[in-house]
Unconditional design. Structure first.
Length: 214
């Protein structure tokens, strides 16, 4: 966890430079966003230790908790003030037939025989493409879900680093322009998931994997 936090702090310190190189600039990656991401990484670490299957029907609310963590952290007052948004996210998550959690889980199940890198990549694409899985915080929550998928099978979790931040944000922007119901994503999904999986492999860093989990 210390290595993950150190990498995120380095990204935070260099975020203005990273943002200046993007065609689609991002919101600042501030101290609170970093702290909330670390809460998310801690949660997926606990889920893996407890052998929680995030994609099983009984555990789907863990997706919502990851999203709530990256947006609100654990502060009870912030959660209370954010309740209207969290309730709306809950409805969007379960009721959106075109892009809710059913789409993500079905894609994951259909590709169970693929490599863990392709499964992580594909789930991220399904989360980011329109309509997105959450109302807000999709790329941060998606990074945590990818980390869960990878670390559960002994691979380093996805952690944003300065050298890989620009291409990661460019991938994210591309995925967010795709529509799940559109012809182009159905046609491009296999190619995009393989290409993004190759990116995930190149940026994988064993420093971020807990000892004894490789």
């Amino acid at each position: 966890m210390k290595a993950i936090e150190a990498s995120l702090r380095e990204v935070q310190e260099n975020f203005s430079f990273i943002n200046s190189r993007l065609g689609d600039p991002r919101e600042p990656f501030d101290r609170l966003a970093l702290e909330n991401m670390m809460l998310g990484y801690a949660l997926i670490d606990r889920m893996i230790e407890r052998k929680v299957d995030l994609f099983s029907f009984g555990q789907l609310r863990a997706f919502l908790e990851l999203n709530a963590l990256v947006l609100c952290g654990q502060d009870d007052q912030v959660r209370l003030e954010s309740m209207p948004h969290l309730v709306a996210t809950d409805k969007h998550f379960f009721d959106n037939l075109d892009g809710g959690i059913r789409d993500v889980v079905e894609w994951y199940d259909l590709h169970a025989s693929e490599s863990v890198w392709i499964r992580a990549a594909g789930v991220y694409i399904r989360m980011l493409s329109e309509p997105q899985l959450f109302i807000e915080g999709n790329h941060r929550t998606g990074a945590l879900v990818m980390s869960y998928i990878l670390a559960r099978e002994g691979k380093p979790p996805f952690v944003l680093t300065v050298p890989h931040a620009k291409p990661f944000f460019e991938w994210t922007t591309l995925f967010s322009t795709k529509r799940k119901s559109g012809f182009f994503l159905r046609w491009q999904m296999r190619r995009l998931s393989h290409q993004f999986a190759a990116f995930l492999v190149t940026q994988a860093d064993p420093r971020f994997l807990r000892a004894g989990r490789d």
